[in-house]
Ligand binder design. Structure first.
Ligand code: NAD
Ligand code: TYD
Length: 350
């Protein structure tokens, strides 16, 4: 058996990853360390409360004392580091917490991992640092997709903080020999995504007959990756990736935001018998400052070295995602707390 530390395992991707591992990797035990910010929900793993393979610790990656205790007690075989502040718009209105969690938090985790790695010499140890394609900056419509050697050029406080944490993770490999792998993935979607992000926000606004806010002209392009594909890729990179290397993970599904919102309208209308009226809710609003025009991922290295290619088509996985939200409205309502309402009011109330 291996014991792995998952940070941020109660957020969107972390939740899906914990469930993926519990099903597909019966030889792995998980310790999920999560501070339960607004984006983390311990209820996501209620079904695991009596499972001996799963342990939840409510705590902060900035707490070096706690990290030391956990590494001493569990002697982890690897780390999957998801914990972060992850929303670009929030980083624009309040950047400081992004520096604290994403940069300092990653640094504390690297320090604790290195100290454990040196002391206990765990075989095949990997520190998998989960990052984003946003560190590469913005592409023109005709530019070739991001490769692992594309220079970093982040635009937002969020992507700048992730870029910094990527550099620290790589530096801990180069300087101290900690076996780090970095993954840079594109925009994820799927179950359990917090409805501040485009896809769940639009699904829920359609259901509530609220305006569907499209920034600028809606022409910005993202490469959409279904979260189940991302989870499979992460586990494979952990097993097969070369220490010190970066692997890009993309869905190969480039869409502009207006297309995404229109597709959501049509699918939700079909599923709820609304007869094509939801597109009327589309509302063009002020653009995001520093809004990157296009992201696109070249995943050839991950395909060739890791043997991973995304399986899910955008249309099918988007339809499944809508079904999940329709079937889990209790989950949605439970996270639409005071904090959520305040954010929506602050961001869209104008
Ligand atoms: P999320 O915001 O849904 O979840 C983040 C989780 O981290 C939450 O459970 C939160 O409680 C926890 N957390 C925050 N600060 C913490 C701290 N100081 N200590 C411990 N836990 C803390 O994020 P997500 O969308 O699941 O993203 C996970 C990772 O993937 C992030 O590192 C993000 O940068 C990266 N990523 C996300 C996407 C995407 O499309 N969502 C794309 C590329 C990369
Ligand atoms: P988002 O889901 O916030 O992810 P990211 O900023 O990490 O790409 O946004 C996806 C795209 O959708 C991005 O181009 C911004 C745009 N967007 C809107 O047009 N309206 C919205 O209300 C939101 C949240 C995002």
């Amino acid at each position: 058996m291996k014991t792995i530390l998952v940070t941020g395992g109660s957020g969107f991707i972390g939740t899906n990853f914990v469930k993926y591992v519990m099903t597909h990797y019966p030889q792995w035990n998980i310790l999920n360390l999560d501070a339960l910010t607004y984006a983390g929900n311990p209820e996501n793993h209620r079904e695991l409360s009596d499972d001996p393979r799963y342990t939840f610790v409510h705590g902060d990656i900035l707490d070096a004392g706690l990290l030391k205790k956990l590494f001493d007690a569990h002697r982890f075989d690897g780390v999957f580091h998801f914990a972060a502040e992850s929303h670009v718009d929030r980083s624009i209105t309040g950047p400081e917490v992004f520096l604290n969690t994403n940069i300092m938090g990653t640094f504390k985790l690297l320090e604790a991992s290195l100290s454990h790695f040196r002391k206990n010499k765990p075989a095949d140890f990997r520190f998998l640092h989960v990052s984003t394609d946003e560190v590469y900056g913005s592409l023109g419509f005709e530019d070739p997709a991001f490769r692992e050697d594309t220079p970093y050029d982040p635009s937002s406080p969020y992507s700048a903080s992730k870029a910094s944490s990527d550099h620290f993770a790589k530096a801990y490999f180069k300087t101290y020999g900690l076996p780090v792998v970095v993954t840079n993935c594109s925009n994820n979607y799927g179950p359990y995504q917090f409805p501040e992000k485009l896809i769940p926000l639009v699904i829920l606004n359609i259901l509530d007959k609220k305006p569907l806010p499209v920034y600028g002209k809606g022409e910005n392009i993202r490469d959409w990756l279904y979260v189940a594909d991302h989870c499979e890729a992460l586990a494979k990179v952990f097993e097969k990736g070369t220490a010190g290397e970066t692997y890009n993970i993309g869905g190969g599904e480039e869409k502009n935001n207006l297309e995404v919102v229109q597709t959501l309208c049509d699918l939700v209308d079909q599923k709820t018998g609304k007869n094509g009226t939801s597109r009327d809710l589309i509302t063009f609003v002020a653009d995001r400052p520093g809004h990157d025009i296009r992201y696109a991922i070249n995943s050839d290295k991950t395909r060739d070295e890791i043997g991973f290619t995304a399986r899910y088509s955008f249309e099918q996985a988007l339809s499944d995602t809508i079904d999940w939200y329709l079937e889990n409205l209790d989950w949605v309502r439970s996270i639409q707390t005071g904090e959520y309402r305040q954010w929506i009011e602050k961001q869209y109330g104008r």
